[in-house]
Design a binder for this molecule. Sequence first.
Ligand code: RIB
Ligand code: CA
Length: 318
Amino acid sequence: MTNRKKLIIDTDCGSDDAMAIAMALRDPRYEILCFTIVAGNVDARQAASNTLATIERAGSYEPPVYIGAERMLLKELAFAYETHGMDGMGDLGIRPERLSPAKGHGVLKLLEILRESQEGEIDLITLGPLTNLALAIRLEPETVRRAGRIVMMGSAGMGGGNVTATAEFNIWQDGEAAKIVLESGLQNMMLVGWDACLGDCMLNEREIGRLRDSGDLGRFTVDINRALMELNRQRFGEDCLDMADPAAMAAALCPECVREVGEYYCEVDTSCGPGYGTVLVDRYGFSGKAPNVSVCSGLWPQRYKDYIFQTLGSCEKR
Ligand code: RIB
Ligand code: CA
C-alpha cells in the first residue's frame, strides 16, 4: 500500500461524483486518505450519505468521510435536483448500510492531513463547489501549498456553460470560492472543463448498456444516473451520459487520457449580472497576466472510456 499515490477527494456527491469516486477507489495505483464533503448537488449531509453508500458499493477499502461546508461563502445554495434527483443518486432509496461520517470538519481535517504530509505527497481532487478549498486557503494558505497537484472539475473549459450560457455548475454554485482559489497563487492547479466530457466522450447507449451489464458496480453507477439520462433524452433525444466528474477523475488519475490542456490566465466573474460564475479563460493573453491554472478541455475518448471500464467493469477485449 506504501507506493500508492495519496489523494484527498472533495465531493458534493451526486450521481456523477459517485461514478468518479468508485473509479478512484478501484484504481490500485492510488490511496484515498479521506473524502471531504461540500454542499452542491445536494445538501452536505445527503452528499456524505451518498459518498458512504458509494464506498460500500465499490467493495474496496473505506476511507473516512468528513463533512465540510454546508453553505456557500456568500451565495444561497441552488441544488441540482433535475440533474441528479432529489437525493442526488437517482431517487432509488440508496443509503449506506454500515458507514457513517467521521468526526471532524472536512476543512480542518484537510488541513490537518496536509500539515502532517511531505511536500507534494498528496494530490487534491475536487468534484464540487470550491468552498472547502477556499476556506482552507483562507485559514492556512501555506499548509495548502504543501499539496501536490490540485485537479478540479470546474468551468465550461473552452465551451458553453451547463447552468447558464457560460457558467458551469461547480463554479457557479460558489463563484466567490472559485475566485479565492484561482487568485491564491497555488501552483499545479488544473481545471477540467465540462466540455471534456462532451462529444465523443459522452457515454452512448451501447456503452451505457455495456457498463450496466458489466457487474453490480457498473449497474449501480448507471442506475443512479437515471435522472441525468432522462434529462439528456429530452435534451438530445437519445440515452447518453455526460460524466463530468469521471472525466475530471480520469484526467487526474490517468493523465494519458488528457488530449487538450493548456496553461492560461483565468478569472471568475463574480459580478451580479448574467455572467456570474463564468470562468474567463484568457486564451490569447489579452490580460497580459501570467497563467495561473491549466485548463483541460478534452480527453481521448477511447482511453477515457477504457479507464472507466477498467476500474468499474469488465474490460471488453477490443
Ligand atoms: O457541472 C458538473 C458538475 O456539477 C459535476 O461535478 C456535478 O456533480 C455537479 O457537481
Ligand atoms: Ca460533483
